[in-house]
Write a protein that binds this ligand. Structure first.
Ligand SMILES: Nc1ncnc2c1ncn2[C@@H]1O[C@H](COP(=O)(O)OP(=O)(O)OP(=O)(O)O)[C@@H](O)[C@H]1O
Length: 308
């Protein structure tokens, strides 16, 4: 029986190996047609989570639902909703793109020749599909891998580091292709990546995982708007900084030279903050907001843990 409307729903997911909790109480939902980024530094638990999502390893605790089916109780129904590429796609270089797809289609039920044609068009490989895969660029191989993953008409596509090894043009191409899949086909995409600039451009929402735990989930645009840096020019500086420190939505107050105080705050609280300072007879002579990138926010959330 289907129980919820999210394409992917993860609740309290944990994995303990030996004595170590590698993934701890991870929860998030992915809606229809949504591109969801899963970000974390090295060793944060991304691959372990993805391996649980595709049924390669069993969770110690928690629940995974795909297309409304419980992965542990209705495994086949749930897993049929997923197409995935973990690491690099498995392809035969001495066969053509079409032969690779035909071979794979034989292993999956109910794949018609028309469906093969359809996915080839979707990944825009029509003109090269009868060439040997060994002559393909890495980007084309990735797209053929995605075509393979799409054969069974999944609702959810899971891509582990899909831009790994691609050059900047290949990365851009992959981004627009993934967006098109989500927009035109309504497919949900769960994507792990360490190229934060790309994730910021590609994903609707992200979860940031650090040391096995989710430290932040949210819409990319809101995360960026909520984590701005704003420089306030205030007089007197000390009492201005003190008042700023008291405001509940402000974090990391840093006193700079010449009356400048740098704080982390949501962009839409600037007017409210200004009023609060004026009420305390603190003169505000300048406000300079700086937008942070997803990468800045990521580094803040993960304590500067490296992502490469
Ligand atoms: N089978 C295992 N036995 C013991 N430790 C493991 C096992 N699998 C993973 N780990 C450890 O769990 C942690 C998380 O690993 P995981 O591969 O999920 O991280 P990741 O976020 O995918 O990192 P990366 O980006 O480097 O691939 C790492 O410290 C890893 O060494």
């Amino acid at each position: 029986m289907k129980t919820n409307s999210f394409v992917l729903s993860v609740e309290g997911l944990s994995k303990t190996i030996g004595k170590r909790e590698i993934v701890a109480d991870v929860s998030f939902n992915v809606g229809g047609g949504e591109i969801f980024g899963f970000l974390g530094p090295n060793g944060a638990g991304k691959t372990t989570t993805i391996r649980m999502l595709v049924g390669l390893i069993r969770p110690t605790k928690g629940r995974i639902q795909i297309g409304g089916y419980d992965l542990s109780r209705q495994f086949l129904k749930a897993i049929r909703q997923v197409g995935c590429i973990v690491e690099n796609p498995e392809l035969y270089p001495y066969l053509t793109g079409r032969e690779n797809l035909e071979l794979f289609a034989r292993m999956v039920d109910e794949i018609t020749p028309e469906r093969i044609e359809e996915v080839v068009r979707l990944v825009e490989l029509d003109h090269r599909i009868d060439d040997l895969v060994k002559t393909y660029s890495l980007g084309m191989r990735q797209r053929l891998g995605i075509a393979q993953a799409l054969l069974g008409q999944p609702q959810l596509l899971i891509l582990d580091e899909p831009t790994n090894g691609l050059d900047p043009a290949g990365i851009r191409e992959m981004r627009s292709f993934v967006r098109q899949l989500a927009r035109e086909q309504g497919i949900s995409v769960f994507i792990s990546s360490h190229i934060l600039h790309e994730v910021q451009l590609m994903c609707d929402r992200v979860a940031i995982i650090n040391e096995g735990r989710i430290v932040k989930t949210g819409r990319v645009d809101q995360l960026v708007a909520n984590h701005a840096k704003v420089e306030w020019l205030v007089q007197p500086q000390e009492s201005g900084a003190e008042k700023l420190r008291q405001l509940p939505y402000i974090s990391q107050v840093e006193i700079l030279d010449q009356g400048r105080v740098l704080v982390h705050m949501p962009m839409d609280k600037i007017a409210e903050t200004n009023e609060a300072l004026l009420k305390q007879q603190i003169r505000v002579t300048g406000i300079r907001p700086f937008k942070q990138t997803l990468e800045d926010i990521f580094l803040e959330m993960t304590g500067g843990n490296s992502i490469d």
